[in-house]
Design a protein. Structure first.
Length: 416
């Protein structure tokens, strides 16, 4: 591979930011619930989703480095309708997604710090801290924080999973998992895969982060550097996804306990169950791992959605780059405020909120996957950077998988 490892390390950032966004709800909540409810029986779904979405998330890095423009600009090249369709999907999910990740983070903050506050108050505090980080440090601080947090998270998670393996399964060996191929099972299956490792609209975020990092560092990454950055981040998300499934399977599967729909109770249950199985000494590790997981997600989700909204609206209205960045900064308190309003006024069940937003992400995935694939085949992409035979085959297979499972859910839920 061309270039020094120091150059590759310097170029790392957007891929780790992606990892920070990916390892939240999909891992801590959905992967753990999958392991707790079905043991290792849904591990295949996690791995299949990781493979199916791989090319479409990869294109976020690849397109920007090849063309010097974001995926959003690529959508605009397909026509205003393509960009408008994507922005409608983003607006339809951004605020409820922000609410979902915030409420889980807030519950874990309450457990970690021993705060007896309401979920709304905890959520407001979390969002205030996240807004302060984004406002004070902008991209440089976000980049630096996430490199440390992802490293700490990976180490602590692997330590905790290793201890769980040493202890062995905590549940009844004779316990039989519920059927997967039922209406309830398929709905959870699609919710699990909807955010595994992340919703496909998140592929736009690394393209925006690459442009921002290049603007700050005055060093546009080479394709080799960008691919190292992407694959490091993607590998981290894959390993941790398997780790959290194993966590749930070893610690909770077959114990007869179910997760509460309340965010605060869910957070306490999560920490208490792991502590009961691993020992009191592990409480601080579990609490810290869980909180770091969700705080990193909340931080990157706010930044990512704000950048997407600012850049998308700016492109649709013909604003110059500087004004698009100002729109992104303005969008941060808007996204946070509307998310807090959803938590305070509309949320009744945390797990239901998570299932709804992850399910919507899966149903939107085929559309976004097609847009990303179409953009990468465009004439603005140099021929050497367009998808080759392997990536093209993976893209078509991924499209069939994403569309097929969406049709299966529609049939099971509405037509059967």
């Amino acid at each position: 591979m061309k270039g020094s490892w120091r150059a590759h390390l310097r170029a790392c950032g957007p891929g780790l930011l992606f990892a920070g966004a990916a390892i939240g709800v999909s891992h801590l909540v959905q992967s753990t619930r999958a392991g707790a409810g079905w043991g290792f029986g849904l591990l295949w779904a996690v791995l299949l989703a990781l493979v199916a979405k791989y090319p479409f998330i990869l294109y976020g890095h690849r397109y920007t480095v090849a063309t010097g423009e974001s995926l959003l600009q690529g959508y605009l090249r397909l026509g205003r309708g393509a960009l408008l369709l994507f922005m409608i999907l983003v607006v339809g999910s951004a605020f409820i997604t922000m609410a979902a990740v915030t409420v889980v983070t807030a519950g874990l903050a309450g457990v970690l710090l021993g705060l007896d506050w309401s979920l709304t108050a905890l959520s407001a505090a979390v969002l205030a801290v996240v807004l302060a980080v984004c406002a004070v440090g902008r991209y440089r601080l976000l980049d630096g924080i996430m490199k440390v947090m992802v490293l700490v998270l990976a180490v602590l998670t692997l330590v905790a999973v290793t201890v769980a393996v040493i202890h062995g399964p905590a549940g009844d060996a004779a316990f039989v998992a519920p059927p997967v191929w039922s209406a309830v099972g398929i709905t959870f299956l699609l919710a699990l895969m909807g955010w595994m490792p992340t919703p496909l609209d998140v592929a736009v975020w690394p393209s925006l982060w690459i442009l921002e990092k290049s603007r700050h560092d005055r060093h546009p990454p080479t394709m080799d550097e960008a691919m190292v950055d992407f694959h490091v981040g993607y590998l981290v998300t894959a390993v941790l996804a398997v780790g959290f499934v194993a966590f749930g399977a070893l610690v909770m599967f077959g114990t007869g306990q179910e997760f509460s729909a309340s965010g605060l109770v869910f957070a306490r249950q999560l920490v208490d169950m792991y502590t009961a199985a691993l020992g009191d000494w592990s409480r601080w590790i579990i609490s810290l791992v869980a909180f770091i997981t969700m705080f990193s997600t909340t931080l990157t989700v706010l930044d990512g959605y704000a950048r997407t909204l600012g850049a998308g609206v700016g492109l649709l209205t013909g604003c110059p780059p500087g004004q698009r960045r100002r729109l992104a900064a303005t969008a941060q308190p808007l996204v946070a405020g509307l998310a807090l309003a959803i938590i305070a006024l509309l949320m009744r069940s945390m797990t239901s909120l998570v299932d709804v937003v992850t399910l919507l992400a899966f149903l939107a995935a085929p559309v976004i996957a097609w847009l990303n694939f179409k953009v990468m085949k465009g004439p603005q992409v140099p021929p050497e950077h367009r998808p080759g035979r392997v990536l093209t085959a993976m893209s078509w297979s991924g499209l069939v998988f994403l569309a097929g499972f969406s049709l299966v859910w529609i049939w099971v839920r509405w037509l059967r």
